[in-house]
Design a protein around this ligand. Structure first.
Ligand SMILES: [Zn+2]
Ligand SMILES: [Zn+2]
Length: 396
């Protein structure tokens, strides 16, 4: 089958690799209909995430059609059109029983390599390096889905593939971010980052009853989407002296009730500080890369909530003293998609949430390398490049 492989830092290629196949009796194999790039992939592409092996197939946000089921799969059938959360859950362990699916204790066969860094391992994820399980990713014609009954969600007929696609990763991640804010009527929520996850967090915060939602970014096309597709207020951080001051003033001096940080260590500005950050990161001195997170902690009101959705390294400096003295609540998780996908599909069918506008650049899988370049450089207003291994049939 054809697949997009990582062969080294900034070295991607579409190659022919062995077909995905059933390994365990509860596995399912999908023919991938659509597979999206994700900001967290850039950590692998750039070579900052240890444990990627040359030849690894990347990609973890996808939708497809079931072509093969193992003998112990009972709920999923060949021909089903399904969407699959990016983290793999077993459905049976202590964490899965508590709906903390991305922390599944069963699905990371390489737990021993991750444990020294995290203390306890995360669950497995498709296409996201060996320490995260070493699973083949979804930028391919076919993908193996372990524990098919737990991880495959049937897409309603009323929903097109592009809308369903983002119920895999960007939407459940953003929705969970809003959920972790504990929004009550009258709340003001600021969202740092107008990428797909930030936009979905903003839309979800509105759906949950936030009075005001402010999206902070510097890319004009993305801020435009935040206004026109989400109905959020926007702040161009390149045009204000201080985001913190702006947010303080616009909230009557108190600050937002919650801040969702949806930037992470990769998506920075392009000024001098960015170049310095880059140089430090290249030297593995990542301690100054956590700017958006520090800004979030400073900007939120006292006793407010900061939700961290952006992906950071393990050594970023963190303003612990500010958290204590302001009495903040910090919440975070990799997405527990299996908890949210059923209700998200209902919201999508009802038109209460929209996702298809995120797919700014649909293209063939064979164009995958160009897709990542456009996504990384944010050229041509690219929010997400979406690959169709069977060829592009859906217009933008
Ligand atoms: Zn992702
Ligand atoms: Zn589990």
């Amino acid at each position: 089958m054809r697949a997009l492989c990582w062969n080294g830092p900034n070295d991607l290629a579409v190659e022919t690799v062995p077909d995905a196949r059933l390994v365990n009796p509860r596995d399912v194999v999908l023919e991938v209909t659509l597979s999206s790039v994700c900001g967290s992939d850039l950590h692998i592409v750039d070579g900052y995430l240890p444990g990627a092996l040359p030849g690894d197939v990347i990609g973890h946000e996808f939708t497809g059609r079931v072509v093969e089921v193992g003998p112990e799969v009972s709920r999923v059938r060949v021909g089903d059109r399904v969407v699959v959360p990016s983290f793999i859950a077993c459905g049976n362990c202590w964490y899965c029983e508590r709906e903390l699916y991305s922390l599944c204790d069963t699905t990371n066969p390489h737990a021993a390599t991750q444990q020294p860094l995290l203390g306890y391992p995360s669950g497995g994820i498709y296409g996201y390096t060996q320490p995260f399980g070493g699973y083949a990713g979804s930028h391919a014609q076919f993908v193996r889905v372990p524990f098919g009954d737990v991880n495959c969600f049937t897409v309603p007929d009323a929903l097109d593939d592009t809308s369903a696609l983002f119920a895999s990763d960007a939407l459940p991640t953003g929705f969970m971010g809003a959920d972790l804010c504990g929004i009550t009527p009258g709340d003001t929520v600021a969202v740092f980052g107008a990428g797909a996850v930030g936009l979905m967090a903003a839309a979800s915060a509105k759906l949950m009853g936030a009075d005001r939602v402010l999206v902070v970014d510097r890319v004009p096309e993305r801020l435009h989407l935040a206004r026109t597709r989400v109905g959020a207020e926007t702040v161009d951080y390149s045009e204000v002296d201080s985001v913190q001051e702006f947010l303080r003033e616009t909230t009557g001096g108190r600050g937002p009730d919650a801040v969702i940080e949806a930037v992470g260590m990769e998506a920075h500005g392009t000024g001098v500080q960015h170049v310095v950050d880059r140089a430090k990161q290249a030297l593995r001195l990542e301690t100054d890369r956590a700017t958006p997170l520090r800004e979030a902690v400073l900007a939120v009101r006292k006793a407010g909530t900061v939700v961290v959705l952006g992906v950071y390294g393990l050594t970023d400096s963190f303003p612990t003293g500010v958290v204590l003295n302001k009495g903040l609540t910090i919440r975070s998780a990799q997405q527990h998609g299996q908890r949210y996908v059923p209700r998200l599909l209902e919201h999508l069918v009802a038109g209460e949430l929209q996702t298809s506008f995120l797919a700014t650049h649909p293209m063939s899988l064979e164009d995958g390398v160009r897709g990542y370049e456009m996504f990384k450089d944010k050229t041509d207003g690219c929010v997400r490049a979406v690959f169709a291994p069977g060829g592009v049939t859906t217009p933008a």
